[in-house]
Design a protein around this ligand. Structure first.
Ligand SMILES: *Cc1c(COP(=O)(O)O)cnc(C)c1O
Length: 435
């Protein structure tokens, strides 16, 4: 399969090139040139298949031309060492819990898959050099990427995070690992971290000497595997008898996760419509109302993984709908949720239905609770474990949240990080020591 750039000015790329480059030469995002449709038989029997079997079928359709079958099965097997259960909440809403991976983030699947795909490409490549993954994080991405790449040969990960600005649990998730993971504690904010990473990618001298790549959701290897979730979610809804008129609701920030869901529909998954739930960052919501896409700076909210003012995957979504606003609107609707509404929803859902949402899932619940047509049922993505946002959830509900053992285990390790200033010269000096 070849990949083309959404900006249309770059040469087509192989999967290997698209994954190692991340972004195309013209700064566009890579898109698969074809979206394979899975046979009807697959959808007829999907409710009898395991998550692993479903993911193998989807992965074969997307990556089967480029990765030998045995290797692809191994990659999927190593990626999905956990389940994503669907938990009924109300009569028509069920939560697809995406947070049962090692760092309790839905980003675990994409990060683990991408790490193993890179391992495959470094093993089969004539270029013996190490691949260096640079990732700037305000929390969740760094932990999922660091854990996903831990111990993967041929790859080293450098996580840049703002000193004192990530939660203690998140910090432990990428500073206690060691091995091929290095954490850089930057004396600045998240934007400073991101600027350092961008400067490195634009440094021609450096990129010639080192093989550098990024691991955010612009990378097709992180984005596409997230579609596994939606096939598996559909299979479970079918078992519950709730798949007839299925609405999929995705709390969205950079719109990678919902983009993967839209790919699933293109592959034939019977979804009636989508709801993109936002917090107070309403740039996509406004686009749906007006047809004008106007990026703006992100504003901080209680659902901070969605504090994005210029969603990087918007370009892919426009491309999927041929830049036709009407067509896009007939498939996707939007909603926004204030911090006050997040708090209210955290409490309401717990009291009425006994289900504890996290602040991101709360944006989703709020978006659909009063907006369903008769006969519709909802697969609501619950993107984070409520314990990750313990203080917010406890303050809103007045109830204590228990920290799962897996999360608590990270707190046991010894924190190790390299102190770093915010100037590029200091970061460059660090990178100069690598090979
Ligand atoms: C990353 C993240 C999101 C946003 O996902 P996108 O793919 O960027 O839209 C939502 N919730 C949580 C908890 C996240 O970590």
């Amino acid at each position: 399969m070849q990949y083309y750039s959404t900006n249309g000015q770059a040469p087509r790329a192989s999967l290997e090139k698209a994954v190692i480059r991340g972004l195309a030469e013209d700064r566009g995002l890579y898109m698969p040139e074809r979206i394979p449709v899975l046979p009807q038989e697959f959808y007829d029997n999907i409710q009898t298949m395991t998550f692993h079997e479903i993911a193998v079928t989807v992965a074969q359709a997307l990556f089967g031309e480029d990765i030998p079958d045995e290797e692809l099965r191994r990659i999927v097997g190593e990626t999905l060492s956990f389940d994503c259960p669907v938990v009924p909440v109300t009569r028509s809403i069920a939560a697809l819990e995406l947070f049962h991976g090692p760092t309790l983030a839905f980003k675990d699947v994409g990060a683990r898959f991408m790490a193993r795909l890179l391992r495959h490409f470094t093993r089969s490549s004539a270029d013996p050099r190490t691949i260096h993954v640079l990732v700037a994080t305000s929390g969740d991405t760094g932990s999922a990427v660091a854990n996903g790449f831990l111990g993967v040969e041929g790859v080293r990960v450098h996580v840049l995070y703002p000193k004192g600005k990530v939660s203690p649990i998140q910090e432990c998730q990428f500073t206690t690992l060691g091995r091929n993971i290095t954490a850089l504690e930057v004396d600045g904010n998240f934007d400073d971290c991101q600027a350092l990473v961008k400067s490195a990618f634009m440094d021609a001298e450096l990129t010639q000497r080192l093989r550098l790549t990024s691991a955010n959701s612009i990378n097709v290897a992180r984005l596409l595997p997230q579609s596994f979730y939606y096939f598996h979610g559909y299979a479970q809804m079918k078992r519950l008898g709730l798949a007839g008129q299925l609405v999929v609701c995705v709390p969205s920030g950079n719109f990678g996760n919902i983009c993967a869901a839209l790919f699933a529909k293109r592959m034939g998954l019977p979804v009636k419509r989508f709801v993109a739930a936002n917090n107070a960052n309403e740039v996509f919501f406004d686009y749906l109302q007006t047809g004008r896409y106007e990026p703006r700076p992100g504003i901080p909210t209680l659902a901070n993984a969605m504090d994005v003012g210029d969603p990087s995957n918007a370009a892919r979504i426009f491309e999927l709908y041929g830049h036709d606003w009407e067509a896009l609107k007939s498939d996707i609707s939007g909603a926004v949720c204030s911090d006050g509404q997040i708090r209210q929803t955290l409490r309401f859902c717990r009291e009425q239905y006994g289900y504890q949402l996290d602040p991101h899932g709360a944006c989703g619940f709020h978006a659909i609770y009063h907006n369903l047509d008769p006969g519709e049922s909802v697969l609501l993505c619950e993107t984070a474990h409520p314990a990750k946002f313990k203080d917010t959830v406890e303050a809103a509900t007045g109830t204590q949240i228990e920290i799962p053992a897996r999360l608590a285990a990270f707190m046991q390790g010894t924190k190790q990080s390299v102190p770093m200033g915010r100037t590029y010269s200091e970061f460059k000096e660090y990178l100069s020591g690598l090979q």
